[in-house]
Design a protein around this ligand. Structure first.
Ligand code: GUN
Length: 292
């Protein structure tokens, strides 16, 4: 079994980007500038946005955190997005999800200028992804593709089973794994909450990507020997013995599934850190696209 070490790979990617930023600076060019919009103070969102901003500082990007009140109206948020779209100093920005219930998420994502949409959530970018055109790929699926590539995991002709059909992980993942070229060229089954007898799919899968948010869902008797397992789950499970009062738990029963797997991602330290690295890569691409 080989561990797909997302923590180390993300550090490698960040170092590669940092070198490019140094070159930009040496050439007197403007460095990439990312803004993150955070509405309210959801604990997990605060952590993720904090990590994104810190990573920018670590590699020499400019970053701006836009913190807005939980009770901001949809109209006010749309006005803020318009400002960010028109701000020439910014190369890209993200709106951290989930948004409060009184705000229509899709409406907000549609308002983002596709050229600044480094999360790749705008329908224009999602469509380009499906059509195999160059665009910003959603960071989590992009990070998984990068892990598969850097560890040279074979994907052509393999049966990939994706569990979960969310707009930000499962659905784009199923598209990317079926696209032409490496890593891709897989035969993909997209399973979800209405799938019957899911084990019949998982037991026949060469590659399983779980994005469900149900701790320890995927058990050893649901997979075959040699399977490749990518665990996107990051659920906070209460644990009073831990200083933070919780532990981050994946969708996979790692202890037992790892005994049958050829490759597997740990949680934490697998997909999570890759998501941030790929957001930074998209921001670098946004800067380069602006120059060209
Ligand atoms: N919430 C969970 N994952 C993501 C992500 O990749 N981007 C944003 N903006 N919000 C998220």
């Amino acid at each position: 079994m080989q561990l797909l070490d997302g923590k180390k790979t993300a550090e490698d990617i960040k170092s590669e980007i940092a070198i490019q930023v140094q070159k930009m600076k040496a050439d007197g060019q403007k460095v990439p500038h990312l803004a993150a919009v955070l509405v309210g103070s959801n604990g997990a969102s605060l952590t993720y946005v904090g990590s994104k901003v810190r990573s920018c500082q670590q590699i020499g990007f400019e970053s701006t955190l836009v913190s807005l009140a939980e009770d901001i109206s949809e109209v006010e948020l749309l006005a803020k997005i318009k400002d960010l779209n028109e701000d020439d100093e910014l190369d890209g920005f993200i709106v951290q999800l989930p948004l409060p219930k009184h705000i229509d998420e899709q409406k907000i994502l549609m308002a983002i200028d596709p050229d600044k949409d480094v999360d790749g959530f705008h329908p224009t970018n999602f469509g380009k992804m499906a059509l195999e055109m160059e665009t910003f790929l959603p960071a989590t699926p992009y990070g998984i593709m990068e892990l598969l590539e850097r560890y040279k995991v074979e994907t052509a002709g393999k049966h990939t089973v994706v569990i979960g059909r969310s707009h930000i992980v499962g659905r784009p993942m199923s598209i990317l794994m079926s696209r032409k070229g490496y890593p891709g060229d897989s035969t993909v089954t997209l399973t979800h909450s209405r799938t019957k007898n899911i084990e019949e799919y998982t037991k026949n899968a060469d590659i399983i990507i779980t994005a469900l948010g149900v701790p320890n869902y995927l058990k050893a008797d649901m997979v075959k020997e040699g399977v490749v397992v990518i665990d996107v789950g990051i659920t906070r499970v209460e644990d009073s013995s831990h200083p933070k009062g919780y532990v981050i738990t994946g969708d996979v029963d790692f202890e037992n599934v790892s005994k049958k797997a050829s490759f597997i991602t740990p949680v934490p330290g697998g997909v999570g850190p890759m998501t941030i690295a790929m957001l930074l890569k998209n921001t670098l691409l946004a800067r380069e696209m602006k120059r060209n």
